[in-house]
Design a protein around this ligand. Structure first.
Ligand SMILES: Nc1ncnc2c1ncn2[C@@H]1O[C@H](COP(=O)(O)OP(=O)(O)O)[C@@H](O)[C@H]1O
Ligand SMILES: CC(=O)OP(=O)(O)O
Ligand SMILES: [Mg+2]
Length: 403
């Protein structure tokens, strides 16, 4: 079975084509700047050179058509024709309280995702465009949706409720949902397999540190608490997002600076975090480089980023009354030994001991970075959200075919 995995954003669409017989990636790529004057298509077949071209792609339907054309292209393609695509799996950021697991797309599922637009205005409308675009291009192919929020649906009320009037939860479903669930689920199960210990017996803190960043406490193999909230803005300091702040700052700044709701939202989501504090970049590589060259704002941004992450790890260790495993994943977590060292240096009170040599290894494999004598096992676990989406899609489509 061949499965196409799609992660549709408002102006981009990323894809990976899997052969599920051996879970190999046949091709991957992305369409960027959809709806803008010059869209960029990058297509990377597994055994052929990368192709990149610029053209005008006005909407997601055209983008999906272009992806299919690339996958079936005589020269750069990996399929003879589009009928070889057996199913499509989508990443959906917000599943609200409705979706506790991945599901096969039908009219009802689409309506529910639409109802959730309000809770994730930046993400869900774009995902819906992706689903509709696939429907238009591959009308008889089953589609499955995999939610970032699903893994966190096990959180207890003490973790997911906010201390505000209950009517806001009852009427508007204002609560913590949490995100990056597909990644936290994948890396925690990889870690348990690596350690040869059942997930249910490990108290874990999983740090997904990419452009968006979140930290999850995993207890009894389930999400117990997580740093992102009703939206992916709460929690850790991120590339361009503020993370936690005093909520009173919002009306105060709106008043002083005469900002609209959209403007303040954009300020906190797109113009804050590492970018704002460093005054330089949201990209950790650039911030680290500037810091090493003596830039004091970059150093402050890095130190704040580390401090805020360390506080969450400590809070979750307290929340679970212990921690057995600390793991790092995603762009920064997998690649920045400097960040990992800085975080762990302040956590020796928990029994965390880093092994400097192990920490400096660069690899795509799950690995220890703690010393053998460390009470807490510290791991780097490369994430693979797309693979988990492909697996869920495969399983649900097979189940449907057999029923
Ligand atoms: N070698 C590296 N050292 C430090 N940071 C890195 C390195 N490689 C990638 N990153 C950082 O990873 C982040 C992107 O992570 P990623 O998980 O790809 O993000 P997202 O999926 O949220 O866009 C960027 O801040 C980038 O600078
Ligand atoms: C939910 C979220 O923050 O996703 P990303 O890290 O892809 O921005
Ligand atoms: Mg990501």
């Amino acid at each position: 079975m061949k499965i196409l995995v799609i992660n549709a954003g408002s102006s981009s669409l990323k894809y990976q084509l899997y052969n599920m017989t051996d879970e190999t990636v046949l091709a991957s790529g992305r369409v960027e700047r959809i709806g803008m004057d010059s869209s960029i298509v990058t297509h990377e077949p597994a055994d052929k050179p990368e192709v990149r071209h610029v053209s005008e792609i006005l909407d997601h339907t055209t983008a999906v058509k272009r992806v299919i054309d690339m996958l079936t292209d005589a020269e750069h393609g990996v399929l003879h024709n589009m009928n070889e695509i057996d199913a499509v799996g989508h990443r959906i950021v917000h599943g609200g309280e409705t979706f506790k697991d991945s599901v096969v797309v039908n009219q009802e599922v689409k309506l529910e995702i639409k109802r959730l637009f309000d809770l994730a205005p930046l993400h869900n409308p774009a995902h819906m465009m992706g689903i509709n675009a696939v429907e238009a291009n591959l009308p008889n192919v089953p589609q499955v949706v995999v939610f970032d929020t699903a893994f966190h649906q096990t959180m207890p009320r003490t973790s997911y409720l906010y201390p505000i009037p209950t009517v806001l939860y009852n009427r508007h479903k204002v609560r913590r949902y949490g995100f990056h669930g597909t990644s936290h689920k994948y890396v925690s199960s990889q870690a348990s397999a690596f350690l040869g210990q059942p997930l249910e017996q490990l108290k874990m803190v999983s740090c997904h540190i990419g452009n968006g960043a979140s930290c999850t406490a995993i207890l009894d193999g389930k999400s117990f608490d997580t740093s992102m909230g009703m939206t992916p803005l709460e929690g850790l300091m991120m590339g361009t997002r503020s993370g936690d702040l005093d909520p009173a700052i919002v009306p105060y700044v709106m008043n002083k600076e005469e900002l609209t709701l959209n403007e303040v939202n954009s300020m906190l989501n797109k113009h804050s975090g590492m970018l704002a504090v460093s005054g330089l970049s949201s990209d950790m590589r650039e911030v680290e480089q500037a810091m090493n060259e003596g830039d004091s704002r970059a150093k402050l941004a890095f130190d704040m980023y580390v401090y805020r992450l360390r506080k969450y790890i400590g809070a979750y260790a307290a929340g679970m009354n212990g921690i057995d495993v600390l793991l790092f994943t995603a762009g920064v977590g997998e690649n920045s030994s400097t960040l990992r060292r800085a975080v762990c240096e302040g956590l020796t009170f928990l029994g965390i001991e880093l092994d400097e040599e192990r920490n400096s290894v660069r690899s795509k494999e799950t690995r220890y970075i703690s010393a053998d004598s460390s009470k807490v096992k510290v791991l780097v676990v490369p994430t693979n959200e797309e693979l988990l989406i492909a697996r869920d899609t495969y399983e649900l489509v097979q189940r449907k075919q057999n029923s």
